[in-house]
Design a binder for this molecule. Structure first.
Ligand code: AMP
Ligand code: ZN
Length: 469
C-alpha cells in the first residue's frame, strides 16, 4: 500500500510517489531564531518529524533539509514591519548574531528533548546569501524582477499562476487591498527579493550585492537553500498553514520562475495550529509557552510529544494543562507497562498473528496521512491484550516507537521488590523447579511450607513472587 498524504496543492489525499526510486527529498521551513520556539512551532516540527519517520519506516531513504531563518523575516508577511532579528536586538541591547546563536542553540535543545530526529541538513540563511543573490540574478535574467526605491522586487504579473497554492483570487486581492502598501510595488502582491534602501534603520546584517549593500527577503532564502540541497524539483515541502498564503506562495512563484520546472514541488504538507485560550499561539501576541517552561513545571518533554500525537496534524489542537496532564498520565501508563513487559523477558524475534494485526493497524494508520490518534489506539490495543505474550508486545512496541519516538527502548525493566525471608525464598525456588519438573505434589507441599513461614506464593508474568499473609 502506498503512503497517502494530503496535498495542499490539490486539496486531496494522494498516493505518494517519489521522484527518484526509493528516495524522498523533503524541505521544511525552520524556525526564525529571534526568540524561543513556542510549543505551537514545536507542534509543526513534531509533525514533520513524524512524517520523516513514517517515510523511513515505509522504506524510503529520506533527505530532510531544514533552514534556520536568521535574517530577512519581517514582522509582517507582506514586507511590512521590521526585521524580527533587528527588532529583538534593539529591545535587548544584544547583537543580532548573538541572538541568532542563542535561540538556534535553544531550538536544538528543544529538538533533542522532544526526540525529534535532526534533519539531515540544517542550513542557516546567513550562510547562503550568495546562493540567494545568484537566484535573484537568474530571476532578473528571466525578466521577473524590477528595482524600485532601491529594493529588488519580484513581479507577480510576469507569471500566470501566482497564488495557485492558496487559491488566491488576484482580482479580489487588488480591489480589496486594505493593508498599507509599499508604494514601490507595481502590484500590492509583489514581494521583495533584496532590500537595499530599506525603510529600516540600523540593519546590522548586510551584504554586498549587484544591487548595492543590503539583505535578502525572507522567501528567497527557502527557494535558494532548497534548490541548493534538493535540486530544482523535489518531493515534499512542509510548514505550518500560516505559510500558505504568502511565504509558500512566493517561494513557488520565484522557484518555478527561476528553474522553469513545474511543479517545483510535488507534495505540499501543512500542519494546523496549536491554539490557546485566545486562538493561535503566536510569538507576536507575547503570550506563548515554551518547552523549557513545561519542563520547569515538572513535565517530561515527551509528555508534550505524546500530547501532539493525540491530535491529527491537519486538525487544530487546543493546548491546556488538563489535556497535557492526560497525555502525561497516558505516557506514564505506557512506560510502566513497557517496564513490566521488559521485566518478563526480551523482545521476541518473531510475533504471532494477533500481534501482527495490531502492528498492521498502527502502520496503516500512520501511512494513511499520519493518522496518529488511530495509531495510538492500535498501540494501546496490543498493550492491553492479555492474549499477546509480553515478549511479542515488546517487539511490536519497539517497531511502533520508530515513529512515535517515545524512547521506549530506554525504559528500565520494572524492579521486582523481593519479599520473603531467605528460607522462604529458597523454598519458592525449589517449588518453581518442582513445577517445571511437573512434580505438582511436591510443589503443593512446598507452597504449604512457605505458607507456614507467613508467605503466599503468587505466580506472575515476571515469575513467582512472595507476599506476606
Ligand atoms: P517561525 O519560527 O515563526 O518561522 O515558525 C516556525 C514554524 O512554526 C512555521 O512552520 C510556522 O508555520 C509554524 N507555526 C507558527 N505558529 C504556529 C502555531 N500556533 N501552531 C503550529 N505551528 C505554528
Ligand atoms: Zn520557508
Amino acid at each position: 500500500m502506498p503512503v497517502k498524504l494530503f496535498n495542499t496543492m490539490s486539496r486531496r489525499l494522494e498516493d505518494f510517489k517519489e521522484i527518484n526510486p526509493g528516495e524522498v527529498r523533503m524541505y521544511c521551513c525552520g524556525p526564525t531564531v529571534y526568540n524561543y520556539a513556542h510549543i505551537g512551532n514545536l507542534r509543526t516540527f513534531i509533525f514533520e518529524d513524524i512524517l520523516h519517520r513514517t517515510l523511513e519506516h515505509a522504506g524510503y531513504n529520506v533527505l530532510h533539509v531544514m533552514n534556520i531563518t536568521d535574517v530577512g523575516h519581517l514582522t509582517g508577511d507582506g514586507d511590512d514591519g521590521e526585521d524580527k532579528m533587528s527588532k529583538r536586538a534593539k529591545e535587548t541591547g544584544r547583537s543580532v548574531w548573538d541572538i541568532a546563536k542563542f535561540y538556534t542553540d535553544a531550538f536544538f535543545t528543544d529538538e533533542k528533548n522532544l526526540n525529534i530526529v535532526r534533519p539531515n541538513i540544517v542550513c542557516k540563511a546567513t550562510d547562503h546569501v550568495q546562493d540567494m543573490i545568484k537566484l535573484i540574478q537568474q530571476l532578473e535574467a528571466n525578466g521577473h524582477t524590477y528595482i524600485s526605491g532601491g529594493n529588488v522586487y519580484f513581479s507577480i504579473d510576469t507569471i500566470d499562476d501566482y497564488g495557485k497554492l492558496a487559491k488566491l483570487n488576484l482580482h479580489e486581492l487588488k480591489e480589496g487591498a486594505r493593508i498599507e502598501v509599499d508604494e514601490n510595488k507595481r502590484n500590492p502582491k509583489d514581494f521583495v527579493l533584496w532590500f537595499t534602501k530599506s525603510k529600516f534603520d540600523g540593519q546590522a546584517m548586510t551584504w554586498d550585492s549587484p544591487w548595492g549593500v543590503g539583505y535578502p527577503g525572507w522567501h528567497i532564502e527557502c527557494s535558494a537553500m532548497s534548490s541548493k540541497y534538493l535540486g530544482d524539483h523535489f518531493d515534499i515541502h512542509c510548514g505550518g498553514i500560516d505559510a500558505i498564503p504568502v511565504h509558500h506562495t512566493n517561494e513557488i512563484a520565484q522557484s518555478e520562475a527561476a528553474c522553469g520546472h513545474k511543479p517545483w514541488v510535488n507534495y505540499w504538507c501543512h500542519g494546523e495550529f496549536l491554539l490557546n485560550d485566545k486562538g493561535k499561539m503566536s510569538k507576536s501576541s507575547g503570550e506563548f509557552l515554551t518547552l523549557p517552561v513545561l519542563i520547569e513545571k515538572g513535565y517530561n518533554p515527551l509528555d508534550y510529544r505524546y500530547f501532539c500525537l493525540t491530535g491529527h496534524y491537519r486538525s487544530q489542537l487546543k493546548f491546556s494543562y488538563e489535556a497535557l496532564d492526560q497525555a502525561r498520565t497516558a505516557r506514564e501508563g505506557l512506560f510502566s507497562k513497557v517496564a513490566e513487559f521488559k521485566a518478563a523477558g526480551e523482545a521476541s524475534e518473531s510475533v504471532g498473528e494477533k500481534a501482527k494485526s495490531y502492528r498492521d493497524k498502527f502502520f496503516n494508520a500512520m501511512e494513511n496521512d499520519l493518522k496518529a490518534p488511530q495509531a495510538l489506539a492500535a498501540m494501546w490495543g496490543i498493550v492491553r491484550d492479555n492474549q499477546v505474550p509480553s515478549t511479542e508486545k515488546l517487539t511490536v512496541l519497539y517497531e511502533m516507537d520508530e515513529i512515535l519516538g517515545l524512547e521506549l527502548d530506554k525504559i528500565e525493566p520494572k524492579k521486582i521488590e523481593i519479599v520473603g525471608t531467605p528460607e522462604a525464598l529458597e523454598l519458592a525456588k525449589k517449588r518453581a523447579e518442582a513445577k517445571k519438573a511437573k512434580d505438582f505434589a511436591l510443589a503443593d507441599q512446598l507452597r504449604d511450607e512457605i505458607l507456614s513461614l507467613g508467605f503466599v506464593v503468587k505466580d506472575t508474568p515476571q515469575g513467582p513472587v512472595l507476599e506476606k499473609v
